[in-house]
Design a protein. Structure first.
Length: 469
């Protein structure tokens, strides 16, 4: 028997979520399908727990450190379950668990800074910081644990309590995470709820929630923001991207090909800040396509629990259908598949790693977020044309520039309309840095001290420097 036991199901036996294994498409477990009427009690418990949780920063730090230890110890239980419901290779599930623990430790050591305002008046003014109250954290299915920790770690460190809702496609590992953390956290400080929509939207609009932090699609993000507005709750939204990689004419194609390939295809392309478009100089376009296609054809695709698997399935049938639709449209419009171009003929939600060439620039696989193992490679004439094309999107999460002259590459990167720009790599983040998008890629900032202060409210105290009684 596993050392960690799930909390009793809050829903009746008839209210269940069926969880499918994306490697087979078959059901393998269930989770509670909670109802709207349960939210009042859940949020009330979070509010009651907040009364004491907010008062002792040292106890919070100790609890978060203990939580990180507990997550690492539970790795052998968490990782296979995460792979089974999400699809990613087991090694990547262990890496996700390690990042979850690391984030808990980082925020355990974080604390807001009290500041004094010196403005020439005979008044001593201090800026202190107060927690907000119960926080709703709604996370998607691509990185269930990592994104959960990105939301709950800063919220808890700031003195808030959290109600965490995972995607109905990946509820199991998050429920187990909640049980693991319950051994280190006081009762009511963290509650995991699971269920179909509109449960997440109703949680976001609950009047007892003071901050809503959400990762997901733009349409759902708009709905979440509208719901949060009804209670004037703060919102932090990370809404995906359509990241472009611009290769300059001095790039060493073979040297960067592996990094570029995995920047696009890791987690089967289901990464908000993955490379989703490549712009290559016309004279190098063929070499870039060939190098990426060679790697796409060689990568080992299989079930995440199988030894040697490098790329797993897409997470769900709807996402597979989306990727098929985008690919078929591009091929119908004249694109060619240098590798892949089709779903794999096997059970589960597998799509061949696909590299597309001769893609019309207005094809949806270029202009929208495909969120799968499909990568269009487009030629350009001048760098100005490449930058203009990279910026010609409603998204603005990340972008990258690849070349030998780092100063030149940095100058081009500075012209990208996005929240993070990388040079000769992509989608690598530090726990200490801010993470935010522009345009429709999001609202608010996560990560580092910005993530902590996003969960706090300033409280200013004015005191005269001499007795005015």
């Amino acid at each position: 028997m596993a050392p960690y036991q799930l909390a009793p199901d809050p829903a009746s036996p008839g209210e269940r979520l069926t969880v499918l294994d994306p490697a087979t498409g078959e059901a393998f477990d269930e989770a509670p399908d909670q109802r709207a009427q349960e939210l009042d009690a859940v949020v009330h418990r979070a509010h009651e727990a907040w009364r004491s949780w907010r008062t002792d920063p040292a106890a919070r730090a100790a609890a978060l450190l203990a939580s990180a230890d507990a997550v690492e110890a539970a790795g052998p239980e968490l990782a296979p379950l995460l792979t089974r419901e999400q699809g990613k290779p087991l090694t990547e599930s262990y890496a996700e668990i390690a990042r979850t623990a690391a984030r808990l430790r980082w925020f355990a050591a974080s604390a807001p800074e009290t500041r004094t305002i010196a403005d020439g008046r005979a008044v001593h003014s201090e800026i202190r910081w107060r927690s907000l109250g119960p926080v709703a954290a709604v996370v998607p299915w691509n990185f269930p644990l990592q994104l959960a920790s990105a939301k709950l770690a800063p919220a808890l460190a700031a003195g808030n309590t959290v109600v965490l809702k995972p995607s109905p496609f990946t509820p199991l590992a998050t429920r187990l995470l909640g049980s693991v953390l319950s051994a280190a956290l006081p009762e009511g400080v963290l509650t995991v709820i699971t269920g179909r929509e509109p449960l997440g939207a109703l949680l976001a609009s609950h009047p007892g929630i003071r901050h809503v932090t959400f990762t997901g699609s733009v349409p759902t993000g708009r709905s979440v923001a509208a719901g949060a507005a009804s209670g004037l709750a703060r919102v932090t939204l990370e809404l995906g991207g359509n990241d472009a990689a611009i290769l300059l004419d001095d790039v060493d194609v073979e040297r960067i090909a592996d990094r570029l390939f995995w920047a696009a295809f890791r987690n089967c392309g289901q990464v908000c800040m993955a490379v989703k478009r490549v712009y290559a100089p016309a004279r190098l376009h063929g070499r870039v396509v060939e190098a990426l296609a060679e790697r796409a054809k060689a990568v080992v695709v299989g079930a995440g629990l199988d030894e040697g698997t490098e790329l797993g399935p897409l997470n769900n049938a709807a996402q597979l259908a989306r990727v098929e639709r985008y690919t078929a449209r591009a091929l119908a419009d004249g694109a060619g598949a240098a590798a892949g171009g089709h779903r794999l003929d096997r059970p589960g939600y597998f799509h061949a790693p696909t590299v597309l060439t001769d893609v019309p620039p207005d094809s949806p696989v270029v202009t929208e977020e495909q969120f799968g193992p499909v990568l269009p490679v487009l030629p350009y004439g001048t760098v100005d044309e490449a930058v203009e094309a990279a910026n010609a999107t409603l998204f603005g999460l990340g972008g990258s520039v690849w070349g030998t002259d780092l100063d030149r590459a940095e100058a081009v990167a500075g012209r990208l309309e996005c929240g993070t720009a990388w040079i000769n790599h992509h989608a690598e983040l530090s726990l200490a840095q801010p993470f935010a998008g522009v345009k429709e890629s999001g609202v608010g900032v996560a990560g580092g001290p910005w993530g902590l202060y996003g969960n706090l409210s300033p409280f200013v105290v004015h005191r005269p420097q001499e007795d005015r009684s």
